[in-house]
Design a binder for this molecule. Structure first.
Ligand SMILES: [Zn+2]
Length: 248
């Protein structure tokens, strides 16, 4: 983790000793120095503090203006394109890629270690909105998150908050399933868990093969979900029940 004080206005000098032109470059230099990975699906909130996002949005606005100019879109006279660069910058930072810049949702854990602790399976259905990192096209679907309750429990809405936090980045569906499984394991301490995602991809529907109903399924199974056919069956039976109850 970086010393957050260093990212203030007064410290625009990068590690190379030269003056960085953009604040985003100052942060990039620090991440490179720390060997911190900053791929589209990575969270970099440790490198940001209060107010930094606004500065990054200002810089991204300038960059999007340049992209619109290069696309020969008249952002001066076209009333619909006037504020588009800023709208895009804000949308990336605050919405479609918010999971890169915001810290993990607070998922307070409650002890599940009394005599009448819950030992069964818990399956939560979470709506997902994501974006493919190849083309920045929307991915929308549902994640089914199943765990065998361990020593602690988190609030039911937290599963969806964690899944959304992982999804609001540039991802691939395979990577997203792994990310959600890892974060749920961290938050609940459960080693026996499964994540099943069903999603449609703008990538296939809006471009390329232009195929509708581009439904893709990915599954990550850990612990008994992987080794015990009974647990695996119970997980998928629960998913079927949920799909009957709330068809997508
Ligand atoms: Zn794509």
């Amino acid at each position: 983790m970086t010393d957050k004080k260093e990212t203030g206005l007064d410290a625009m000098a990068g590690d190379g000793g030269y003056q960085e032109a953009y604040f985003a470059d100052v942060i990039r230099t620090k991440m490179k120095r720390d060997n911190k990975r900053f791929w589209a699906g990575d969270n970099i909130s440790d490198y940001l503090h209060e107010g930094d996002k606004d500065r990054l949005i200002d810089e991204a606005t300038e960059a999007f203006e340049l992209v619109l100019d290069r696309l020969l879109i008249d952002r001066e006279s076209d009333p619909n394109s006037k504020g588009t660069a800023r709208r895009l910058a804000k949308m990336y930072f605050n919405e479609i890629m918010a999971g890169r810049y915001d810290p993990a949702p607070d998922a307070t854990a409650f002890p599940n270690d009394s005599q009448d602790r819950y030992e069964g399976m818990l399956v939560v259905r979470s709506e997902l909105r994501s974006m493919c990192s190849h083309h920045h096209q929307p991915v929308s679907g549902v994640a089914y998150i199943g765990i065998i309750a361990a020593e602690k429990l988190i609030g039911l809405s937290k599963y969806t908050r964690i899944a959304q936090w992982c999804a609001r980045r540039g991802t691939l569906q395979e990577e997203l399933a792994n990310d959600i499984a890892r974060e749920i394991e961290k938050a609940t301490g459960a080693e026996n868990l499964g994540v099943y995602i069903q999603a449609v991809h703008g990538c296939c529907e809006n471009r390329g093969i232009m195929a509708h109903s581009s439904l893709t399924q990915t599954t990550v199974l850990k612990g008994s979900f992987k080794t015990d056919p009974g647990a695996k069956k119970e997980f998928f039976d629960n998913i079927k029940l949920q799909q009957e109850f709330a068809p997508r």
